[in-house]
Design a protein around this ligand. Structure first.
Ligand code: SAM
Ligand code: SF4
Length: 427
């Protein structure tokens, strides 16, 4: 989401006649697009800001802006704490950046952290910075109102709002015309995408269907789905259209119903399992990945074991795994104690990572002998003689280069694997 937002900012800057540089020393303006999801993310931004101090001493006119969630969360407090910062802009105020730059250019501190109920940057054509010219993100909605107890997002990114479908469709069509072959539709909870006008209505499955119908060579992915909103209609739509990728990211967070309730996730262990069964029923070849938080308030060994057993049962192909990090002003920070000791959080995270490595390897081993259609992304990092791409399940596959090139689709038979990669040859 931050990559996608930075592409929107790059477009706004381009319209204001600023050009991009990859050399920080050359820059007259440096923007840092920030994340507040865990304390660690914020600490990294603070470290980067301290590195900019010496650069600014050498180049006094340099302007530094902090954008995104950390700007929104800390507001003018950040200006007091980090003297190097000139501009603070929350996630809904990027259109205001040229004005904020003018103010800062005159030597004043500039800030806009007003959240909007309807800003979706629908008309802005993102500059695809650092893209491989094959895969692109399209943001289809912004904000979140789920208020999971641990999460800062509803406070930093504001109310949930969906983008006008025509603008999404046009962006996807243009990307395809320009050679892109894979788009990922982004939102904090894409399943609750909903657009209503006087005479029409569109939900997420309808939107995906219209995008997938642009061309069968355009792959469509999406992230993230909330388990409480993963409908059968969506699963049936994916099953029906082969170019909607067979890969669902369905964050579980915990395998314990008690903890899920405290987290305000609005589903139980059992109802999550029922959704996994539904995915397996409608799309048997689908890969499933997840997010897991360990050490949430009052999590016992038994709750932790519930998470491990659910992981074993679901056989996740991949997972993002985190230690709970208490975030100021969230429901959990106000209502519960961060009372799982750091060493226990670390131990539980190690258990979870070890189990996931085993599950990922098992999942990859079960692919040996199977043939997948691979969209080639480019050269393999490890060898010039191999190309690398992904299958519909979002697994990385490498295979001998021959005469293939980035952007081609090729059928690859898997011969061996590591926990992270499938290795094969074209058939
Ligand atoms: N909207 C997505 C959902 O609900 O599935 C998740 C978005 S969040 C940016 C990505 C992940 O960060 C979450 O799924 C959760 O696992 C993790 N996360 C969020 N808040 C956290 C916290 N306070 N401590 C640790 N991990 C956290
Ligand atoms: Fe955060 Fe929950 Fe919203 Fe995801 S659904 S962004 S975890 S509040």
């Amino acid at each position: 989401m931050n990559i996608s937002d930075s592409e929107i900012v790059a477009s706004i800057m381009k319209d204001a006649y600023l050009t991009q540089t990859t050399d920080m020393k050359e820059a007259d303006v440096i923007f840092m697009n920030t994340c507040s999801i865990r304390e660690h993310a914020e600490q990294r931004v603070r470290k980067r800001l301290s590195e900019l101090r010496s650069l600014k001493k050498k180049k006094p006119g340099l302007l530094v802006g902090v954008l995104g969630c950390m700007a929104e969360r800390l507001k003018d407090q950040l200006l007091l704490e980090e003297k190097v910062v000139d501009i603070i802009a929350g996630p809904d105020s990027y259109r205001d950046l040229p004005k904020l730059l003018d103010i800062a250019g005159e030597g004043q501190k500039a800030i806009n952290v007003i959240l909007s109920a309807d800003e979706t940057y629908a008309d802005i054509n993102p500059v695809r910075t650092g893209s491989n010219c094959l895969s692109a993100f399209i943001s289809i909605m912004r904000g979140c109102e789920n208020f999971c107890a641990y999460c800062v997002v509803p406070y930093t990114r504001g109310k949930e709002r969906s983008r006008v479908p025509e603008t999404i469709l046009n962006e996807a069509k243009n990307l395809f015309k320009n050679g892109y072959r894979e788009i990922t539709l982004l939102g904090q909870n894409v399943n609750s995408y909903k657009w209503k006008s006087d005479n029409a209505e569109m939900d997420f499955p309808d939107l995906m269907k219209s995008i997938a119908s642009i061309d069968s060579r355009l792959r469509v992915r999406f992230a993230t789905s909330h388990p409480k909103d993963l409908s059968d209609k969506l699963l049936m739509t994916i099953a029906e259209l082969p170019n909607i990728c067979r890969s669902i990211h369905l964050p579980v967070q915990s395998g314990s119903t008690k903890i899920l309730k405290l987290m305000n996730r609005k589903y139980s262990r059992e109802s999550y399992m029922e959704r996994i069964e539904a995915i397996r029923k409608y799309i048997p070849e689908c890969s499933i990945s997840t997010d897991i938080i360990c050490g949430f308030s009052s999590e016992t060994d038994e709750d932790h074991n519930d998470t491990l057993s659910l992981m074993e049962w679901a056989k996740f192909d991949y997972a993002f795994m985190f230690k709970y990090s208490e975030r100021p002003d969230t429901l959990a920070a106000k209502k519960y104690k961060d009372n799982v000791a750091e060493e226990i959080k670390s131990q539980r995270l190690n258990d979870i990572i070890a189990l996931q490595q085993k599950l990922s390897l098992e999942s990859n081993k079960s692919d040996i002998g199977k043939t997948f259609e691979v969209l080639i992304e480019g050269e393999s990092h490890k060898s010039k003689d191999f190309l690398s791409g992904r299958n519909s399940q979002n697994k990385v596959i490498i295979f001998p280069r021959k005469n293939f090139k980035a952007g081609d689709y090729v059928d690859v038979k898997v011969l061996r694997c590591t926990p992270a990669t499938l290795i094969g040859e074209d058939v």
